[in-house]
Write a protein that binds this ligand. Structure first.
Ligand SMILES: [Zn+2]
Length: 247
């Protein structure tokens, strides 16, 4: 084996340790897709050849590899904006519902993301061809720095920075808990997961009449970004197959 291949494997193993120290249940993105597509097919009898995927993950380019692991599915319909919040709202959920293949089903993959460096720093990552580490998720780390900067900080909703301000407004109820936490970077990411999870469930409920299919599969969690060229990881927090008739 060539030395660069060995180095890559060693680096991937090291990342595996670093990621699992912070998130013991994390699986790499490829295992995640195999595991959950298998569950959909084998435990829920879903025909994965007729699934339209929607994503509600942050706009950040670094998340593309994590979502393309599901590329056997149609889509994605992109619901997420900064932080991963489903900014497309009820209109987006309705449009998505209308696009699902006949006799098919829906799969929504959602959640915030957080970078990690080889030294174990959460909230940071080395991006492609950049020498210094940068923030990941940038939107969440910006919100965190504003919360840490002033106790009275209040986001002001405006047309020109709508998503960031709305994200920060949604995070305000979690602010004290986040700031008191041992690891605020992780805590703000987990708070954002809660916000996205609630919104997805809420829009499904209000838009359930728009779906021509009965089953919607949800896979929500946290995407963990490692170095460029290495696998990302995912910690699943919610996997459920919802029968829309029961909502
Ligand atoms: Zn982000």
């Amino acid at each position: 084996m060539l030395s660069w291949q060995k180095r890559l494997i060693m680096l991937q193993r090291k990342f595996d340790e670093v990621v699992k120290k912070h998130f013991p249940d994390a699986m790499d993105a490829k295992d995640t897709s195999i595991h959950y597509l298998g569950k959909m097919k084998n435990e829920h009898n879903l025909d994965v050849s007729k699934v339209l995927m929607a994503t509600s993950v942050c706009s950040d380019d670094i998340n593309i590899p994590s979502t393309t692991f599901f590329n056997v599915l149609f889509g994605p319909f992109i619901m997420g904006g900064l932080g991963g919040l489903p900014f497309v709202g009820q209109t987006g959920m309705t449009a998505y519902a209308h696009h699902i293949p006949d006799q098919g089903s829906a799969f929504i993959f959602y959640g915030p993301h957080i970078g990690v460096t080889i030294d174990g720093d959460l909230g940071k990552m080395y991006r492609p061809r950049q020498e210094n580490p940068g923030n990941s998720c940038g939107a969440l780390m910006l919100a965190l720095s504003r919360f840490q900067g002033s106790n009275d900080y209040k986001p002001v909703l405006n047309d020109d920075d709508y998503q960031q301000m709305k994200l920060e407004e949604s995070l305000l109820p979690y602010k004290d808990e986040v700031l008191k936490s041992e690891n605020p970077q992780k805590a703000i990411t987990e708070a954002t997961y809660d916000i996205i999870d609630k919104k997805i469930h809420e829009y499904l409920k209000t838009c359930k009449g728009e779906f021509s299919v009965d089953k919607v599969t949800l896979l929500g969690g946290i995407i963990i970004n490692t170095d460029y060229g290495l696998d990302d990881y995912f910690v699943a927090k919610n996997f459920e197959v919802i029968d829309l008739k029961s909502l």
